[in-house]
Design a protein around this ligand. Structure first.
Ligand SMILES: *Cc1c(COP(=O)(O)O)cnc(C)c1O
Length: 395
């Protein structure tokens, strides 16, 4: 017996739910790629991405690629073979980014956070002070680590770099956070920021974005790893197709235009608040369920829990049974554990085009599964989520 008919419920941390308005904006014939309509869409998206990254003077670039493509693009535009980078690891993704650099001939050093903790600004400052020869050319970090569910304190890390007086570029992956929580490229001293379409920006997979500020553009001028396809300078060319180094992704651009419009219609601050509330509701439920002993937060420190994804520790066989049950019986797709958390965790996304009924529905399906499978858990998790939202949304 199942209760799975009705809308598919995707609670994965990417791809996330794409709004109907965005899908509809893409449902149209292709247009002339030299025509004014499409050129205007490109120009407005490049400008509006600066609004989302919050940079006045930074340059923005749109790649027909997933986040991994933008990772490689960012590295190849500012580094030279033989350079060294420092990856600040708080889960999986900073090292994943750095691993893209190694085949390019770049040496990666990893600064590990304490287990299940965010990157320490003090540890970063100390490491940079020890690098008196200035060997480290760039620092890679993620704002939200989508595997661990950790949010790093990007302004504090920026301040630590500044305090150290070190000249390395500050490169931030905001793929699982841009549009869902504050990001202040100029205010926080970020030199290169990377984002993807299919997480908080509510688009289909297929596009990724880079913003680069002055110091990154200066490094770019002498970077030895530049290749024509990713090259920022080539993409500054006058002709429209040069912005994409070839045919523009016509339909994806129509979709992106619509998703950015929707984000601005809501207002960035409102979108941030919505994510914080839905994350809080999710955490309220997980807190209760944890009392049964079969599951627990991956991130013990509440302030270090991401507003976009919650990672929950749980072991097989109960873990697999719960995930299968949620999908087969309730049509809810949850995120699996990544890397060393494979088989030891699952993830609930509350990211992008998501509202209270979607999050409460996901939590309700999980709690029903815990009960149906006799997995020990504290009761009334959904009720705790409802109380949390009710108390914060009082009329
Ligand atoms: C999803 C994700 C990536 C990788 O993006 P893809 O589009 O899957 O290549 C990188 N970093 C973070 C933080 C992510 O969440």
């Amino acid at each position: 017996m199942t209760v799975s008919r009705g809308r598919d419920s995707l609670a994965l941390p990417g791809p996330t739910t794409v709004p109907h308005e965005v899908l509809q904006a893409m449902q149209r014939p292709a247009v002339d790629i030299y025509g004014e309509e499409l050129t205007a869409v490109t120009d407005s998206c490049l400008d509006d991405l600066r609004r989302v990254f919050r940079t006045e003077q930074g340059r923005t670039y749109i790649y027909i690629a997933n986040g991994h493509g933008a990772w490689e693009a960012a590295l190849s535009n500012v580094l030279t073979r033989g350079d060294k980078i420092l990856a600040l690891e708080s889960g999986r993704f900073a090292v994943g980014w750095g691993e893209m650099a190694e085949p390019l001939g770049v040496e990666m050093e990893v600064l590990e956070a304490e287990p299940q903790r965010a990157v320490s600004p003090e540890a970063l400052e100390q490491r940079l002070r020890a690098d008196s020869a200035g060997e480290i050319k760039a620092i890679l970090v993620v704002q939200v680590d989508t595997a661990s569910g950790i949010v790093n304190d990007i302004p504090a890390l920026g301040a630590a770099i500044e305090a150290s007086g070190h000249g390395a570029l500050f490169m931030v992956d905001a793929i699982a956070s841009l549009g869902s929580m504050p990001f202040e490229m100029d205010g926080w001293g970020v030199d290169v920021a990377v984002a993807g379409a299919q997480k908080g920006l509510m688009m289909t997979p297929g596009l990724s974005f880079i913003a680069a500020r002055e110091r990154a553009l200066a490094a770019h001028a002498n970077a030895g790893l530049r290749t024509r396809y990713w090259d920022w300078t080539v993409r500054e060319g006058d002709l429209h197709y040069m912005k994409y180094c070839g045919t523009p992704p016509v339909h994806l651009l129509f979709g992106l235009r619509k998703s950015l419009d929707m984000l601005f219609d809501e207002g960035l601050e409102n979108a941030f608040r919505r994510h914080a509330l839905l994350a809080g509701a999710t955490q309220a439920a997980v807190e209760r369920w944890s009392q049964g002993g079969a599951l627990a937060f991956n991130v013990p420190e509440p302030a270090e829990r991401s507003p976009t994804v919650t990672t929950i520790l749980m072991d097989d066989p109960a873990l697999s049974r719960l995930l299968d049950w949620c999908y087969e019986v309730c049509n809810v797709s949850l995120g699996i554990g990544l890397g060393p958390l494979g088989g030891h965790a699952f993830r609930i996304a509350h990211m992008g085009h998501v509202n209270a009924p979607m999050t409460l529905g996901t939590l309700g399906a999980i709690e029903t599964g815990l009960a149906a499978l006799d997995i020990p858990h504290g009761k009334a998790g959904v009720s705790a989520a409802v109380d949390y939202l009710g108390s914060r949304l009082k009329a």
